[in-house]
Design a protein around this ligand. Structure first.
Ligand code: CO
Length: 476
């Protein structure tokens, strides 16, 4: 009898390891190079993770912008190494891996190529939890045969109640989500909130649930345990030497904590320790980017805003010799958020709210100077805010202009062929066109440098030659 109950209760919890994406994005400004990933891939593949998150988020941009690496090539190399563990990526809905909405044809082609090159699970979110901004990516991912993880961003506000989380999750299920992710990018998810939302989803939506949190406030491991008690299927962790602070809870801690419980992960601590050892050494190479705090950040709990935003404010204000205004700026953030209808603070809404809050304080008058992003936000071009925006502020920002009604991407012209034409003979793979469609300047620079390396051609001379002889000067 006892044995039978045990069998019924046993539900292995899966772990998604984020070391190769979110962990180094959160701790090392996303700077980890592919060459530092590949030597450990075989060992990571042997662990038996539910999946490994290795692509998307800021990694794409950073590869092109700072590392002179082809993000697509990184993906292919990782796919070669991870023979059995599914590769997972983070996709910002219509923003893909960028900071603005892209046209539908670019979204379709990008998602297809991501899957072609090795991605199996795509976690799709929108900063405003507006399902319309996720529609196209969902459709493309389904079509490409990927597992679609519908994501709801977690935030704290008067309108983000259980009803909101249930409502959005149900819409995502209707759109075809294979699983749900509760995404706590700021690390403010309390154990109780996590329990309540996961339980609600398990009861009312009925899809597998994955929890994503950050250790910033020190609550994430507790939130995971409560979420697991409520029925969560998978949790996001990073290898210990790349965990804690603004990264995820440690793989090893969660594995050990669940040993001997009905949720035992079954993962090998011995093997994880070897991997941790490897990353402990790798991390040292990136010391100049490593700003991780060894202690939890109480300001994150107090202001309920992501730690990354707070450190951005500190460096911006320092630059302008206005660090004494920090407290005022942090106090202004919730007010701007309220004016904007309580957007969750995640890329790109965190940047939009953050810069406006700083402007409001530094100019001495609220909305005296308004960023273009805030104008577009009030025009409805980022999507539908969770709550109505403040009408007074709206009038101050866009006057009598009427906000758009339709899905924001409906107002964007197709972009793929335009990108192809602009890139001319510079691309050697379809993926280059996509890199260019997303980040024109960075991609062009990267592709030019690559070509220069391959051909030994001085690019400035080559560019001149191309203008003189437009017909196919470059090797295609
Ligand atoms: Co994250």
């Amino acid at each position: 009898m006892q044995a039978k109950n045990d069998v019924q209760l046993k539900k292995k919890v899966g772990i998604t390891d984020t070391t190769l994406r979110d962990a180094h994005q959160s701790l090392l400004a996303t700077r980890m190079k592919t060459e530092d990933m590949l030597p450990i891939v075989e060992k990571m593949d042997a662990v038996g993770f539910h999946s490994v998150e290795v692509w998307g988020g800021a990694t794409f941009d950073t590869c092109l912008r700072f590392l002179s690496e082809d993000p697509w090539e990184r993906l292919r190399l990782l796919k070669k190494g991870f023979k059995k563990t599914p590769l997972q990526m983070l996709l910002r809905g219509q923003n893909l891996v960028g900071y603005r909405h892209y046209p539908d044809d670019v979204v379709e082609a990008f998602v297809k190529k991501a899957v072609d090159n090795g991605i199996s699970i795509i976690r799709i979110f929108d900063a405003l939890n507006d399902p319309r901004n996720m529609e196209k990516a969902f459709e493309a991912a389904k079509k490409a045969g990927a597992h679609v993880q519908g994501t709801v961003c977690y935030t704290i506000s008067p309108v983000h109640d259980l009803e909101h989380y249930a409502k959005v999750a149900k819409i995502l299920k209707d759109m075809g989500a294979d699983s749900l992710c509760l995404k706590d990018m700021a690390g403010i998810l309390s154990p109780k909130a996590c329990y309540d939302i996961v339980k609600l989803w398990k009861e009312e939506v009925g899809l597998p649930v994955q929890i994503h949190s950050h250790y910033t406030s020190g609550m994430a491991s507790m939130a995971y345990l409560k979420g697991i008690e409520a029925g969560a299927d998978v949790v996001d962790c990073a290898i210990s030497s790349m965990s804690l602070s603004s990264s995820q809870p440690p793989d090893e801690t969660i594995v050990a904590a669940l040993q001997g419980t009905p949720w035992d992960t079954g993962l090998d601590l011995e093997l994880l320790t070897e991997i941790a050892e490897y990353f402990r050494e790798v991390r040292k190479k990136y010391a100049e980017f490593d700003k991780a705090s060894p202690v939890p950040d109480p300001n994150v709990l107090r202001y309920q805003i992501p730690g990354g935003m707070i450190s951005n404010f500190i460096s911006q204000l320092k630059e302008q010799g206005q660090l004494d205004k920090l407290r005022e700026v942090l106090d202004e953030v919730p007010r701007v958020r309220k004016d904007l209808g309580y957007p969750p603070l995640v890329t790109p809404s965190s940047q939009i709210v953050g810069s406006q809050a700083a402007l409001n304080v530094l100019t001495g008058e609220r909305y005296k100077i308004v960023t273009n992003e805030v104008k577009d936000y009030f025009r409805g071009l980022y999507g539908r805010p969770p709550a109505p925006v403040d009408p007074e502020v709206q009038r101050k920002v866009i006057g009598d202009e009427k906000p758009v009604e339709k899905r924001p991407a409906d107002y964007i012209e197709p972009g793929l062929e335009k990108a192809r034409a602009e890139l001319g003979h510079l691309y050697t793979q379809e993926e280059d066109v996509l890199s260019y469609a997303l980040f024109p300047q960075q991609a062009r620079k990267f592709l030019e440098e690559k070509l220069a390396r391959q051909t030994g051609v001085d690019f400035d001379l080559a560019e001149k030659a191309r203008q003189d002889h437009p017909a196919g000067y470059y090797p295609a």
